[in-house]
Ligand binder design. Sequence first.
Ligand code: ADP
Ligand code: ADP
Length: 224
Amino acid sequence: ALAVSLRGVTKAYDNGVMALGPFDLAVRKGEFISLLGPSGCGKSTVLRLIAGLSAPSTGTVRVSRHEGVTRPGHAIGFVFQEPTLMPWTSVRENVRLPLKLAGAGKAEANARVDEALASVGLADFAGAFPRELSGGMKMRVSLARALVTDPDILLMDEPFAALDEITRFRLNNDLLALWRRLRKTVIFVTHSVFESVYLSQRVVVMTARPGRIGADIRIETVEP
Ligand code: ADP
Ligand code: ADP
């Protein structure tokens, strides 16, 4: 079954820039795919269309939940390159925000926040403030915030690009372990060939020609 499908999708921004298309992509439920390609080829545009943050100029974007088809934007967690945490509130409050917006009850919200923080290795940092955390830890908070609503689909836009190599590798390993446990659909935008091959089951290479896919490669796990 498909988690996401884009068919004949084009996107022209108001300034006339043809950012995408026509573009086709189908992602299966539980699949971890990477989008790779030069700056400006439309990777972020694809994520924004799937998230429902932007509407296609033509074509269709479909996102399905376990129960069936839903509007783009539902059932989605989004992690940006910048952790975009609220500086004046604790880690706990930052992670709780999406639940608050969804109107979750306090007891349930607390339990989910604790679970999300534990899943990214930050169980002991609920009371900390963003300024007290390293870049890698801020990214973990951002990931916990994306996971706290238990979305079916996780969209990640160059999430680790600003981190040092060792921190980045640790996060790669933890994300992979998390995916193996949770089996969410992940669409991961990166400029790193290593990261795309190491993390994902499938690498889609976009080209500088809007919407044109240069390669769509299945990666078989090399581990025993
Ligand atoms: P299943 O996995 O249940 O066999 P498919 O993956 O073949 O189903 O297709 C599920 C739905 O997605 C169908 O409605 C089909 O028309 C649509 N679909 C299939 N391939 C694509 C594609 N490449 N792009 C967009 N939508 C697709
Ligand atoms: P990528 O993520 O691959 O770097 P983007 O999807 O961000 O690519 O951008 C694709 C193209 O659309 C680029 O030419 C970019 O300058 C343009 N673009 C992106 N967002 C906007 C916007 N909000 N308004 C106008 N043009 C945009």
